[in-house]
Design a protein around this ligand. Sequence first.
Ligand SMILES: [Zn+2]
Ligand SMILES: [Zn+2]
Length: 122
Amino acid sequence: MRYSKQRETVYSVLCATDAHPDVAYIYRETRKILPDISLGTVYRNLNELVAEGLIKRVSAEGGAERFDANIEPHAHLVCVGCGKITDVKSSRFNLTHELDGVVRAEVTLYGLCDACRQNRSE
Ligand SMILES: [Zn+2]
Ligand SMILES: [Zn+2]
């Protein structure tokens, strides 16, 4: 498998953040390195990386599609205040999927992130 410069760059941009960015962010950051890349190319490369299991697509209710370079099983907390997606470190939420035919499980929790909780208590 030949990895293109474009794909490597898109992948490294995503690996550099744990903020679960959307396509717009990845496009903006990738263009700092490859000014000529198009949004369509960024999107195609993201889809290929997802198809090959190198990154994950993160779905959150009501928000734009987000991407995650962390492919270890982990739960997400989606902030109902600001929409931020953070990784949940607790292993309590890492489901083991023992049902026949199940290949993966995703846990999404909805609540307030640290920053939003602080804002509310001030
Ligand atoms: Zn928040
Ligand atoms: Zn994550």
